[in-house]
Design a binder for this molecule. Structure first.
Ligand SMILES: Cc1cc2nc3c(=O)[nH]c(=O)nc-3n(C[C@H](O)[C@H](O)[C@H](O)COP(=O)(O)OP(=O)(O)OC[C@H]3O[C@@H](n4cnc5c(N)ncnc54)[C@H](O)[C@@H]3O)c2cc1C
Length: 540
């Protein structure tokens, strides 16, 4: 069966889509949104759930990447710093400013391979790899000034001994620096980009794997397989966008059979989530004696998120897991700072993801470039663009750059548009979160404060259509626990492509931290039964 029927305003041949995007992570969804908004006809295939790959397993920061300055990655840092505020304005529900506290200790060391440490080893050999305070100040000065900051507060140095930020830390830390970055709900970012792409005309196929491709001079025949039914069909496209994240190399060399020397370096990063370790709302940036850094971040109101690690991960088909060694490393690292040691008993959850980095031949996983590279191959027939690397933070700029690269194949393509356009539910003031919560609570007085805040964080102004005409808590239908109601689940199924309980409790929300295994099972059965009922009535 051939895919047919999607006709966009661009010069589209019937039955042939302009772009076939492989991968529903942040890069695939971001490119699909941008392209659909420019009138291209777009099909996206994601073999699992949206954001089921790396894009739900990040540290969840829109950040410039303070540590990348030591690698002289000025282009990346500048782009990311500028981008933070553009993104914040477009999605004030799922992103918000955060302050990062960097306790200073002279024992902390550089990663030996950074250009900065190599330089200092030559000009200041007596430092023996230590990271001096003046260098941190210089880094923060650049961080403050490289990226045209308007909303986010600047850096400062302060005394930990008489401030709340010093309370949970060991007495050895007396001085700290503080700077701004932003939080981002990573998997919700993906879903909202995908939803916006679909609202702008894209076709999204979840749980659909790209199994094979055939290339001719003018188009690709892409064989996709429904991973639940096993059914296959062929979709014809003028161009493929390979945004397969950790699988990008397999798709390029295996599925598309492109002869290219470009490759991806897979670097696993793991996080642990613990019970809440401290009472203020700032994050910690801890420097280690091994030259690495980790974050400790207030998470989901009642928890603390600690990560990450950097471990080479050879095979994308091996699901990443936070190994006992990585857990021990993170516990030990955090315990060098917190007065009360963080132990295994504190851990409530752990997750792991694989960074699909462009292989620049760096010696260590930590040193491999975090910048992105876009490669177009059009020598052997219809074009394919492959995405290597790419931060969550740079996804929108990456999409614009990808569209620039493919523009020659689509004459007359319109220009960049996504800066300043809100994602679904994000059409409110950048500092308007509390007002929106107050308004939602006034309109739906039966919501608990926890539920109202959670709904505005998740859906922004879309909390209203999500709740609809409900006049009482009973109108929201079945209660699945932790304030998750039937009406919200139906919204997630109908508007956000959720199919299983896991989609709902780990990627559309993080309610998995609060629901028991039994409650999640009940939700799953309810979703399966509903789906079976809909399929049965469609077949009648
Ligand atoms: C531990 C860690 C922490 C990070 N922290 C941050 C951070 O704080 N800030 C930041 O900006 N960035 C961060 N990043 C980087 C960022 O998360 C990734 O660069 C980004 O998520 C990659 O997105 P992607 O779309 O390229 O890949 P993915 O999200 O992996 O998406 C690729 C998708 O392609 C699908 N796919 C693959 N093959 C096929 C096929 N044949 N058919 C159909 N679908 C297919 C997969 O199922 C997958 O969903 C972090 C990364 C890690 C690992």
């Amino acid at each position: 069966m051939t895919w047919e029927g999607h006709v966009a305003s661009h010069e589209t041949q019937p039955g042939v889509c302009d772009l076939f995007v492989v991968g529903g992570g942040i890069n695939g969804s971001g490119i699909a949104r941008d392209a659909a908004g420019r009138g291209l006809s777009v099909v996206v295939a994601e073999m699992n759930d949206l954001a089921s790959g790396t894009s739900s397993a990040s540290t969840k920061l829109f950040h410039g990447g303070l540590r990348y300055l030591e690698y002289f990655e000025f282009r990346l840092v500048r782009e990311a710093l500028i981008e933070r505020e553009t993104l914040l304005r477009a999605m004030p529900h799922i992103s918000w400013p955060m302050r990062f506290v960097l306790p200073y200790s002279k024992d902390m060391r550089f990663e030996g391979q950074t250009p900065t440490s190599k330089l200092l080893n030559v000009v200041m050999p007596w430092m023996r790899g230590r990271r001096p305070a003046w260098l941190i100040r210089l880094g923060l000065f650049l961080y403050d000034n490289l990226g045209g900051r308007k909303i986010l507060a600047g850096t400062r140095r302060f005394d930990l001994r008489n401030s709340p930020e010093g309370v949970p830390l060991k007495d050895a830390f007396s001085t700290a620096f503080e700077y701004s970055d932003c939080w981002i709900e990573d998997s919700r970012l993906v879903v909202l980009n995908a939803r916006d792409a679909v609202e702008r005309g894209a076709t999204l196929l979840v749980r659909t794997k790209v199994a094979a491709t055939v290339r001719t001079d003018d188009y690709w025949d892409v064989t996709v397989q429904d991973t639940q039914s096993g059914e296959t069909r062929v979709i014809r496209a003028k161009m493929i966008i390979n945004a397969g994240g950790p699988w990008v190399g397999d798709i390029l060399h295996g599925t598309a059979r492109i002869n290219s020397s470009e490759s991806v370096r897979l670097v696993r990063g793991s996080h642990i989530v613990t019970r809440k370790l401290y009472d203020h709302d700032k994050c910690y940036f801890f420097q280690g004696t091994d030259g690495r850094i980790i974050f400790a971040i207030p998470y989901e109101t009642d928890f603390t998120l600690i990560g990450t690690t950097d471990v080479d991960h050879k095979d994308p088909t091996v699901p990443p897991e936070c190994t006992p060694e990585e857990q021990a490393y993170l516990l030990d690292f955090a315990s060098q700072y917190f007065e009360k040691p963080v132990t295994h008993d504190d851990i409530v959850w752990a997750y792991s993801g694989v960074r699909p980095l462009y292989d620049d031949g760096a010696s260590s996983a930590t040193a491999a470039t975090r910048d992105y590279t876009l490669k177009v191959d059009s020598d052997g027939g219809a074009p394919i663009l492959t995405v290597f690397g790419g931060k969550i933070t740079t996804y929108r700029r990456l999409a614009e750059n990808a569209l620039d690269k493919i523009a020659p194949f689509f004459p007359g393509l319109s220009g960049a548009w996504t800066a300043g356009v809100a994602l679904p539910g994000g059409d409110f003031a950048v500092d308007g979160f509390d007002d929106l919560v107050a308004k939602l609570s006034a309109d739906f007085p039966f919501l608990s404060d926890f539920q109202a805040r959670r709904l505005v964080r998740a859906y922004g102004t879309d909390a209203w259509p999500c709740l609809g005409d409900a006049k009482s808590i009973d109108d929201l239908g079945r209660d699945f626990g932790a304030s998750l109601t039937e009406r919200e689940v139906v919204w997630l199924i109908e508007k956000e492509f959720a199919q299983t309980a896991e989609d709902v409790v780990w990627r559309r929300s993080k309610l998995g931290l609060r629901l028991s295994a039994g409650e999640i099972e009940i939700l799953n059965t309810w979703m399966e039964t509903r789906r079976a009922g809909i399929l049965a009535s469609a077949a009648e």
